[in-house]
Every structure is written in structure tokens, then in C-alpha cells.
Design a protein around this ligand. Structure first.
Ligand code: SAM
Length: 266
């Protein structure tokens, strides 16, 4: 448990960082400025910021974007943001947001995400990001590397295929623990997700999800073993068309291969 002071417009109050909410606040203005330049806020932007905390990033964005909606789970911080910044505040769990409903209403989604929910949250947002132009997130370096891993790489897994099926990924700069208070135990990294503007209906998404579960349940196994219960003529056809071999392992298939395969199986 850590204490530090933060200002409200009435008085300075003590604040206890809640470890359970991943509250590591960015304190390095150079890092914040670099993140803001990647977000490149404009007058016409409608931005969602997930987990504004004490407003480190919010402060840089509030006067340059058209509108900002912040989503903060911690009620105490939600009130703090409401009082001190010219932004809208939703005090709720970002994991409970129906991201498909915000399509078209916001064009950028940003946040220095709590480490414990980053993967689940990005998994959901990426698959429901139509209408969004750009997403800029700070996550644990390990997670950034998995999201951005390329076909054939060791870290290329279900998370990479799923998110890259919907978005192009760019890994940006890394952030040292010393840039945060309290210091996290891990390195962080900024990533940019640019939605591909492809629409997959619910059935296709579910099929892709099931296919990834089957294939990455045992990433060291060969496809012929992983898919033996699902083998049919269509699967055979996909293997020919996509020039796949039964001896390949799951990390050798592209997003397109997985999409084709899932359509043949489900
Ligand atoms: N943006 C601030 C910064 O850069 O200093 C705070 C980042 S801190 C890593 C993560 C923030 O997300 C905290 O303010 C925390 O309370 C909030 N948070 C944690 N879990 C959340 C959730 N499920 N939904 C929304 N906000 C959450």
C-alpha cells in the first residue's frame, strides 16, 4: 500500500493506491508527452480514456481533443477526475462496457491500462472496434510483444492471431518502471492498434475463437493431430488453397489461414 498526495480543487487529500486495480500512475512528463504525440489529439476527436487515474494523461488531452469520456472503476478517482478535469466520467468497470455499442461514437480509445485486465480488455475492444480510427495503450512489455508477434515467432499465439485479425499493430517505445509511482515490477510498452475495417459476424467470430482454442491448446503439436476430429473435405481444401501442411505447428498459420480454417470447421 502506498500513499501520495494529489490535489482536488478544494484541498490536498491523501490517496491510497489500490494494488488490486493496477494503480501505477505515470509521473514522467517526457513519457506522457511522447504518448500524447502518438495519440495526436485533434479538435474533431472523440476520445475514450480507460483508467484515467489521477489524470496524468487526461490533463494533456483535455484541451486538445473535441471531447473525452473517461472510464474509471475506482469511485474515488472517478469523482476526482470529474471535479478537476473538463471531461465526462463513467465510474464503471471497463470490462463491462459493451464495446460494439460505442462503434462510430468515438474515434480514438486510449489508456495506460491496469496490467491485470489489459489482455482481456484489448481482446474484446479489438474485435469490436469498427468506427474507431486508432487505439493507443500502455501495457506490460510481455503483453505488447505477444500482441505484436509475427507468424512463426515464439510469442505468436492465440492473442496475436485474434487481435491481428481485426487490427494492424505497431509497437512503440518501452517505459521503465521508474516512470511510474508506485514502481511496477515489470517493463511497459506503448502499442498502437489500427482497426482494419473488416467486419466479421458473430458466427464467424465464434468459429475463429473455437479454432484458436483447438489449435493453441497444445502449441507444440502438429496440425494433423490437433485437427483430427475436425478433418473434412473443406478443411482439406483450405490446406491446399492456403498452401498449408499437416505437419505445421499452430504458430505457422497467418490470420487469414485461421479465418479460412474456422469457416471450414464451424
Ligand atoms: N492513466 C493513469 C496514469 O497513466 O497515471 C492511471 C493508470 S493506472 C495503470 C490504471 C487505472 O485504471 C487506475 O486509475 C485504475 O483505478 C483504473 N482501473 C483499474 N481497473 C479498471 C477497470 N476494470 N475499469 C476501469 N478502470 C480501471
Amino acid at each position: 500500500m502506498y500513499w501520495n498526495n494529489f490535489k482536488t480543487n478544494t484541498k490536498k487529500v491523501g490517496f491510497i493506491h489500490k494494488k488490486s486495480l493496477g494503480q501505477n500512475f505515470l509521473k514522467d512528463p517526457n513519457v506522457l508527452r511522447k504518448i500524447v504525440s502518438i495519440i495526436s489529439p485533434r479538435e474533431s476527436d472523440k476520445i475514450i480514456e480507460i483508467g484515467p487515474g489521477q489524470g496524468a494523461l487526461t490533463g494533456y488531452l483535455e484541451n486538445s481533443a473535441g471531447s473525452i469520456l473517461t472510464i474509471e472503476k475506482d469511485m474515488e478517482l472517478g469523482f476526482y477526475i470529474k471535479k478537476n478535469f473538463n471531461v465526462d466520467v463513467l465510474v464503471m468497470d471497463a470490462l463491462d462496457v459493451c464495446w460494439s455499442k460505442i462503434n462510430g461514437k468515438f474515434n480514438k480509445i486510449v489508456g495506460n491500462l491496469p496490467y491485470n485486465i489489459a489482455t482481456t480488455l484489448i481482446w474484446d475492444i479489438a474485435a469490436n472496434s469498427i468506427g474507431v480510427e486508432k487505439m493507443v495503450f500502455t501495457v506490460q512489455k510481455e503483453v505488447a510483444e505477444k500482441i505484436g508477434a509475427k507468424v512463426g515467432e515464439k510469442k505468436y499465439g492465440a492473442l496475436s492471431v485474434w487481435i491481428q485479425s481485426f487490427c494492424d499493430i505497431r509497437l512503440e517505445f518501452q517505459i521503465n518502471p521508474g516512470s511510474f509511482f508506485p514502481r511496477p515490477k515489470v517493463m511497459s510498452q506503448v502499442i498502437v492498434l489500427t482497426p482494419k475495417k473488416i467486419f466479421l459476424d458473430k458466427k464467424t467470430k465464434t468459429g475463429l475463437l473455437k479454432t484458436l482454442r483447438i489449435c493453441f491448446s497444445s502449441p507444440r503439436k502438429q496440425l494433423k493431430n490437433l485437427l483430427k476430429c475436425y478433418w473434412n473435405e473443406e478443411v482439406e481444401e483450405v490446406f491446399k488453397r492456403q498452401k498449408l501442411s499437416e505437419n505445421m505447428r499452430p504458430n505457422m498459420l497467418s490470420c487469414e489461414d485461421y479465418l479460412e480454417l474456422s469457416k471450414a470447421i464451424f
